[in-house]
Every structure is written in C-alpha cells, then in structure tokens.
Design a binder for this molecule. Structure first.
Ligand code: KG4
Ligand code: ZN
Length: 377
C-alpha cells in the first residue's frame, strides 16, 4: 500500500511516499530555518505562510522522487496535532482536499505517534534491505524528545477487534511540565548568541568543553518522577551568565553574528571562551543525564527491556553515546532512528498512518488541527 504522508506541524513542510509502512520511496523536507533564524525561534505567522508556499511543490517532489503518480497513492496520512494550528492547517487541509479530489482514504496522525513510528519504520527498512539489525519488538518505553515535546510512553501492539490488523496503544508515563528539552537547547543557544536552531550547534560545540566544569546538580521533581522539567536548568545557565564576562562575550558574539552570516562552526568556536564552552558542555551533560535516567527508570517501572528514542534531540551525539553505554551496561535493547528520521519528516507520518488505514481508522470531513493533542491515556 502506497501512503502519502504530509507533515506541517511546526517549521518544516514535509511529504513522503512510504510503501507498506516499511519502505521509504521518498522523503522531502523543506526547512524554514533561514526564515526564522534572525528571530532565534519559530514565528508562527511566518511559518504558516511558508507552508502555504511550499506544500504543493513538496508533495509534487515527493511523488516525482518516488516515481509515483499522485493517482497511484492508496491512502493519505496528515499530521493533525499537536503543533502550531496555522501550520498544521496548511498540511491538513491540503491532504484533505487531495483525498476528496482523488477519492482516497484519509487518516489523521498524532505527531508524537509519528516520531515513535520513525523507529519502527527505520528498523523495518533496514531489515528489508537485508541489514543485520535486531528487530524492534514491542512493548517498549519510548522517549519522544524534540523542540516542542518531551514525553515518555509505554507502547504496546494489539489487534483491532473487528479486523485483527495491528493497532498501537500508548500510555503516557511522564511529560515535561515546562520547557521541552530541545526548547531548552534552543533558548540556551539564544542566550549565548550561538545561532538557531541551538540543539545541533550546542551538540558540536560541547565537544570542546568540560562537561564537569559546572555542576548543575540533578533536576528534582515533586510528584511523578517520570516527569521532566528543563526551565530550571535553563534559568541556572542564565544566572551563571548574567552580570559576568560571559554576558559581555555573548553580546559581542551577537554583534559579530549579525555581520557574519554563514560563518563556520570553527569561526564560532573561536569566538567562545573556555568558560563558555565549559558551560555549554555542562548544560548538555545535565540535560542528557536527566533524559537518560528518567527513561531507564520508566523502562524499569514498566518492566520492559526495549527503549525507543526519537524526536529532534535524539540526534544529539552525547545522548546517543550515553544511551548506548547505558544499554550495554544495563542490558536493555535500544533503538534510535537515523538523524534524518529523528527530526520532523513525513515518512514517519505515512508509516504511522499506514496502520490506521489498514485498520480502517479513517478520518472524515470533520478532521481538524489541534494545537494540544495528547497521545495515549
Ligand atoms: O523533532 P523536531 O525536528 O521538531 C519538533 O517536533 O520540535 O525537533 C527540533 C528540535 C530543536 O529544538 C533542535 O534544537 C533539536 O530538536 N535538535 C537537537 C539536535 N538536533 C536537533 N538538540 C540537541 N542536539 C542535536 N544534535
Ligand atoms: Zn517533531
């Protein structure tokens, strides 16, 4: 079954064609980074306008790259939430109109469910290609960690009572009470005038600093120990900078960045003092440690030995390396999508949508966008 996936929940306009929820024939992502870069964050109104400009050419390109005519598509999957409503509506209405015009079935997909399916999709693709990778088998605990979300889910596979097709059940184990982890990376990068989006920049610069230089301590949570909170860590970085030479250095970097667009990472690093690099490394270390400890605790509490990690922050190199160490030391199976499938894309939406199409969980004309759209019970 050929499924067209459409994703527009934040600042990427994406379309993909996926066969049988297992083989990516094309995955096109039009990034809006240049549009939002100068504001240091996503500007919702600009994002919607960009989506409007890009949606038709991106869908067309996905079909061309897959060598598939739009009429060959057998189902359409669109992200219905959570995200920016104006952004979501562009992809959703486009998908709805296509489905209506072509007489194809339509399904709505939760963006977080898409991130979890990125792991299953990547695993299936690798196995189909004959790569000797271990099969990703459910149940698992999934950490979805991105710029908009940080949550832990217990994911189980069941069967649809009427047609026995696979259906997925999600139980929310914990979520962030304030900032998402990626948001904290982006805000710390903004504070230190490092550029946008901050996550990948901090990831690369942190390698030059001492992760033990600043002791941020453990993030304490009252109530559910599987919840997250990153705003305190972000504020701790702010207090570390405010009124010190690091603040002055950041201002100088900000002025330099305005006149040096397209500067290389080495040039940026040369404008960071040892203390700044140490602070960056220590912040990343604290965030990564917290993400891993709570995820492993969730897997232990749920008594599962498989962990999925997905979302933009899953491409963080320290997070990957430390998770891998922990999985070897503690004996759980660990699955990450490749960086291209970790950040927002439409292949993951098509993959999640495939199972809904098969199980007949179709959307009707009332399908609409939801800014807040919790996954699971
Ligand atoms: O999944 P995604 O593309 O969009 C959302 O659903 O939010 O994630 C984007 C987020 C941004 O906050 C970005 O800074 C972060 O993922 N990110 C990273 C890395 N690559 C992307 N954070 C830390 N390290 C990275 N290598
Ligand atoms: Zn995402």
């Amino acid at each position: 079954m050929l499924v067209l996936g459409i994703e527009s929940s934040c600042d990427e306009t994406a379309a993909a064609i996926v066969a049988d929820g297992a083989k990516i024939l094309s995955s096109v992502v039009a990034s809006q980074i240049p549009t939002h870069e100068k504001y240091g964050g996503v500007v919702p109104e600009l994002a919607s306008r960009e989506h409007l400009r890009k949606i038709a050419p991106v869908v067309e390109e996905a079909c061309q790259r897959a060598r598939v005519g739009i009429r060959d598509v057998e189902g359409i999957a669109v992200t219905e939430g959570p995200g920016l409503v104006g952004s979501l509506l562009v992809g959703l209405v486009y998908g709805k109109a296509l489905a209506l015009a072509l007489g194809k079935p339509l399904v709505g997909v939760n963006h977080l469910e898409g991130h979890i399916h990125a792991v299953l999709l990547e695993n299936k693709t690798a196995r189909l290609a004959g790569n000797p990778v271990e099969e990703a088998v459910l149940p698992c605990v999934a950490l979805v960690v991105s710029g908009g979300h940080t949550g832990l889910f217990l994911v189980e596979e069941g069967r649809h009572p009427a047609n026995s097709h696979p259906v997925f059940n999600y139980k929310r184990l914990g979520h962030t009470r304030d900032d998402a982890a990626g948001e904290a990376f982006d805000k710390v990068a903004k504070l230190l005038a490092l550029g946008y989006p901050g996550g990948p920049i901090i990831d690369q610069l942190a390698g030059w600093g001492d992760p033990q230089a600043v002791d941020f301590g453990r993030i304490k949570m009252k109530g559910n120990p599987l919840d997250f909170s990153f705003s305190g860590l972000k504020t701790a970085v702010l207090y570390h900078v405010r009124g010190t030479s690091l603040a002055l250095e950041a201002e100088q970097r900000r002025a330099w960045r305005k006149t040096s667009q397209g500067a290389s990472l080495d040039e940026l690093r040369n404008r960071c003092s040892r203390q700044t690099l140490d602070l960056i490394a220590s912040f990343q270390n604290a965030a990564v440690r917290d993400l891993i400890e709570r995820t492993v605790a969730a897997a232990e509490a749920a008594q599962v030995d498989t962990i999925f990690v997905s979302g933009g922050v899953a491409s963080n190199s320290l997070l990957r390396a430390r998770f891998l160490q922990a999985s070897k030391a503690q004996g759980f199976r660990l699955f990450f999508p490749s960086p291209a499938l970790s950040t927002d894309n439409a292949a993951m939406i098509a993959a999640a949508g495939y199972y809904k199409l098969k199980a007949g969980q179709l959307a009707d004309a009332t399908l609409t966008a939801h800014a807040s759209f919790p996954l699971g019970t």
